[in-house]
Design a protein around this ligand. Structure first.
Ligand SMILES: Cc1cc2nc3c(=O)[nH]c(=O)nc-3n(C[C@H](O)[C@H](O)[C@H](O)COP(=O)(O)O)c2cc1C
Length: 197
């Protein structure tokens, strides 16, 4: 099978089904009115290490200038957010926060997620997430149907339970990745390969 993107109605299924598993940024923001928002974004990755930059991309093609989603709207206005890492114990709560709520209602309360005070940004982080990156907005890149949000990590919060000898231990983290549709992947089935010199 071959696909010409100009001839199919959407490339979503092919892109989201082939680029797997995708890490999930569980993004907390606070609106200018003080409502805490929380939502998952799996178009997410590391963009740079020095300076530390993360990217995520809200897909929002309704055509209105501000878009439909609260996360990019809050990021645009406040320029601060937290990327919380999703692990197996919080996977169901993360999924709950993908519900479309009116802007005045907080997904923290809806999903029973605990707010923890961030160190350097105003939005709270998720207390149940063992790793959180407090970010300041660096750049918004308009890609047409989506906006790529590039943010600099200003502070990293790591639970001691996921560290070994003072470093993050991926084998203790058990992060969850998104496949396609309602399918997810755990990260506790691992194998190792030595990298050639
Ligand atoms: C695991 C998961 C990953 C998601 N990834 C994205 C994504 O990368 N981009 C996007 O626009 N929406 C994504 N969504 C959908 C948003 O989370 C959903 O539209 C949500 O209501 C947006 O919330 P907000 O308006 O509070 O920002 C994802 C949903 C789930 C469950």
């Amino acid at each position: 099978m071959e696909l010409d993107p100009d001839e199919v109605s959407s490339m979503y299924r092919t892109l989201a089904g082939a680029v797997v598993p995708r890490p999930i940024a569980w993004v907390s923001t606070t609106s200018p009115d003080g409502v805490d928002n929380l939502a998952p974004y799996s178009f997410f990755n590391v963009a740079a290490v020095d300076p530390p930059i993360l990217m995520f991309a809200p897909v929002d093609d309704d055509g209105s200038p501000e878009g439909l989603k609260d996360t990019p709207r809050n990021v645009r206005r406040t320029e601060e957010y937290v990327v919380n890492v999703v692990t197996e114990p919080v996977a169901e709560a993360m999924n709950e926060t993908a519900a479309t709520l009116p802007p005045g209602e907080s997904e923290f309360d809806r999903a029973g997620v605990t707010r923890a005070e961030s160190r350097v940004v105003a939005p709270p982080r998720v207390a149940e997430s063992p790793v959180a990156f407090e970010c300041s907005l660096r750049e918004l890149v308009d890609l047409g149907g989506s906006t790529m949000v590039l943010g600099e990590v200003e502070w990293a919060d790591l639970d001691d339970e996921v560290t070994t000898d003072g470093k993050l231990d991926v084998e203790k983290l058990d992060a969850v990745g998104r496949l396609s549709g309602s399918l997810y992947a755990a990260t506790d089935d691992r194998f190792s390969m030595e990298r050639p010199p």
